[in-house]
Design a protein around this ligand. Sequence first.
Ligand code: SF4
Length: 383
Amino acid sequence: MAAIMAALYLHIPFCLSKCHYCSFSSSAGGQELYAPYVAALILELTRLAEVKSEITDNPGLDSLFVGGGTPTCLPRELLQGVIHSSLDLFGTAPGAEISVEANPGTVDAWYLEALLEVGVNRLSLGVQSFDNRELELVGRVHNKKGACLAIKAARAAGFDNINLDLMYGLPGQNRDSWRKTLEKGLSFLPEHLSLYQLTIEPDTPFHTLLENNTLSLPAEEEIILMDEITNELCSSAGLHQYETSNYAREGSECRHNINYWQNADYLAAGASAVSCMLGVRERRIADPVEYISRINRQESVVIEKESLSVEDSFRETVIMGLRMVQGVARTALYERYALELEDYYGSTLEKLLALGFLELTETHLRITSKGWPLSNQIMAELV
Ligand code: SF4
């Protein structure tokens, strides 16, 4: 048996309403599905725990991440139940990170205390903006006051590891409103910030508006200024950037996400959830009704299975690792694949190093500050 990192992702595919930019697998409403969905999820977890015990001797989860959707749409007893079952079935390694994504407007002190009670030790709040007009334009259900109340309630309940998700590049946003949003977020002294630039995804209301030329987005130069504001404010607040979109206080980097960026194994359960174990990636059916029905019929919920070759997995690990500021660890890469970066990429790597876009230190391959603005093109050369 192999001792492998044990990370588990659970997907809750429900939201109070659908945001205009969102392409995640989630739908608004469906309250009648909450209880049967959680029951099905626990059944899938039970089966998964049996399989896992056959392939690894890992003593327990290093991280559990409950995401969505909006997990905190669920009544608190249901969310408690699924977290409790996961921890019971898989156990936890010492210091395990147990994260839940929550949205302002779905949590209060009573709800948050229930999460702490069941072992949750990291809360990720989808705030996105502290500007009421921006929040309304992107279709969020909360306003600035609701966001502030949720953060205060989380602190008062006892959460000492809080992430705030914030977005920039929103319609109607400019450098001043981004500065205000970021300053407001930082005033709560979060341990972690995830700062995402809005991207327009197919099949979203924003995509339709963009096609009709009725979506007004900040210009590229304004985005560059927002990035500068981000670097200035985060570094003076003591949050270092450790990944393209993620900033943390020392020691509060998200363990679950680092595992993902290292392209390490992770288990997953729930509608649309993707797992990757021992070189096999599996995607589950997205429709929650079909998911429930297949689980209850004892049928597989996996609709796509991909076996990665050693070289595919090697390249993925390099690309994902380059998203992190520290880059890809060379020794770990060689121990995992028995492939050397210089031999594998040859002249492509030599060129990127000579241009000063990449840097090869004794321990890591990483993107330089000169290379960061071109990171997508650099990764495209290495993919
Ligand atoms: S709350 Fe999150 S998952 Fe739900 S619709 Fe909005 S962005 Fe998507």
